[in-house]
Design a protein around this ligand. Structure first.
Ligand code: PLP
Length: 373
């Protein structure tokens, strides 16, 4: 049996006629940048995320960069975030010239630990970027309380978390900004790069729109130095079609997660494998990834065994950001963030996409049992 980590072909087959028709319409109009399709997507995303305003941009990475730019965050400023995330979170901070400052994660959720944030705040701190990793929201009540107390901006990195909830509030609606990615392998993916920034603040929204178009207010009159962060009409048109299916896909991912958890509990694996712990999480996990922890230093061995036996799997992320060569000048060393480092050694993502069949999930767990027991 073969169980790929992700296969989007079945999803596309079901929507192919509708998507090709929309692509044809955009081509007939010869309007490719921003425009009505992007505006339509922006209002649909507002409805979906429970936000007032959205600004379609070129990628999730640029969503983070433009939010930092609108706040005027740059050289001499510090931004607190997690060392256990995709590179772009930290790359965005460095790209605007600010200094990333790390706080370790909670071992149960893999998200930034609010108890470790306050000790990192200095006079230079301007913002916190919590990441809703793998589709599960960070502890936003506590993070927002710390931010309010110290007058900091909160930029949610919701690139893996569209539709995820924390106490019934959607990802992207809780901070000053929410940043989303439509990279093809995200839960809502387009056919190239794309992203969106959400906000509930009218002034920030007006600035976002100006910054995404080279800081241009009126034609050729530049109020700020922005950039080309504009979303394509084609991508927006495709995303509008796919957004209608998103809750159905999320239910499929949640169903698969529940099946995995039941199969692990019934297996002989015991403490060798720890599935995601959700008992105390007050929200909706959308499972951009379903990640297990593998004990006894056997993660790499298991990854190889699964790969050899037709099961796709991957490590997100094998090296924490504070250990990356490009951030050496920040002065961190191995051992500084023990929870993140331990997680990066033990974590393994398993196939979770909605079209998987129960027999495939059974095969994944029985193969893990063969490898480790
Ligand atoms: C994917 C991702 C990004 C970047 O999104 P792109 O659209 O690929 O630029 C940023 N942060 C996190 C946590 C991501 O998973």
């Amino acid at each position: 049996m073969r169980v790929p980590l992700l296969d989007l072909r079945e999803q596309f087959a079901g929507l192919k006629d509708e998507i090709l028709k929309e692509i044809g319409e955009v081509c007939d109009s010869q309007m490719f940048i921003l425009g009505k399709k992007v505006e339509k997507l922006e209002s649909e995303i507002n409805e979906y995320c429970g936000t007032k305003y959205s600004c379609g941009v070129t990628s999730g990475s640029d969503a983070l960069i433009i939010a930092l730019m609108v706040e005027g965050i740059g050289a001499g400023d510090e931004v607190i975030t997690t060392p256990f995330t995709f590179f772009a979170t930290v790359g965005a901070i460095a790209r605007v010239g600010a200094t990333p400052v790390f706080a370790d994660i909670d071992p149960a959720t893999f998200n930034i630990d609010p108890l470790k944030i306050e000790e990192k705040i200095t006079k230079k701190t301007k913002a916190i970027i919590p990441v809703h990793l793998f589709g599960q929201c960070a502890d936003m009540d506590k993070i927002n309380a710390i931010a309010a107390k110290h007058n900091l901006i909160v930029i949610e990195d919701a690139c893996q978390a569209i539709g995820s909830e924390y106490r019934s509030r959607r990802a992207g609606s809780m901070g000053h900004y929410g940043c989303f990615s439509f990279f093809p392998s995200k839960n809502l993916g387009c056919f190239g790069d794309g992203g969106i920034v959400t906000t509930n603040d009218a002034e920030r929204y007006e600035k976002l729109k100006i910054f995404r178009n080279h800081g241009q207010g009126a034609h050729y009159i530049h109020k700020y130095i922005g950039g080309n962060f504009r979303l394509d009409s084609l991508q927006a048109a495709i995303l509008s079609i796919k957004l209608r299916e998103l809750d159905k896909w999320t239910e499929g991912r949640q169903r698969n997660a529940a099946i995995y958890t039941r199969l692990f509990a019934a297996s002989k694996l015991g403490g060798r494998v720890t599935p995601p712990a959700l008992a105390d999480f007050p929200g909706r996990h959308i499972y951009n990834q379903y990640c297990i922890l593998v004990a006894d230093g056997r993660r790499n061995e298991l990854k190889q065994y699964l790969t050899d036996n037709g099961v796709g799997c991957n490590v997100y992320y094998p090296l924490c950001l504070h250990e990356q060569e490009c951030f050496r000048s920040l002065g961190y060393k191995k051992g500084d963030f023990p929870v993140s480092e331990k997680t990066s050694e033990e974590i393994l993502a398993l196939p979770i996409y909605p079209e998987l069949q129960t027999e495939q999930l059974e095969y994944v767990v029985s193969t893990i049992e063969k490898a480790l027991c």
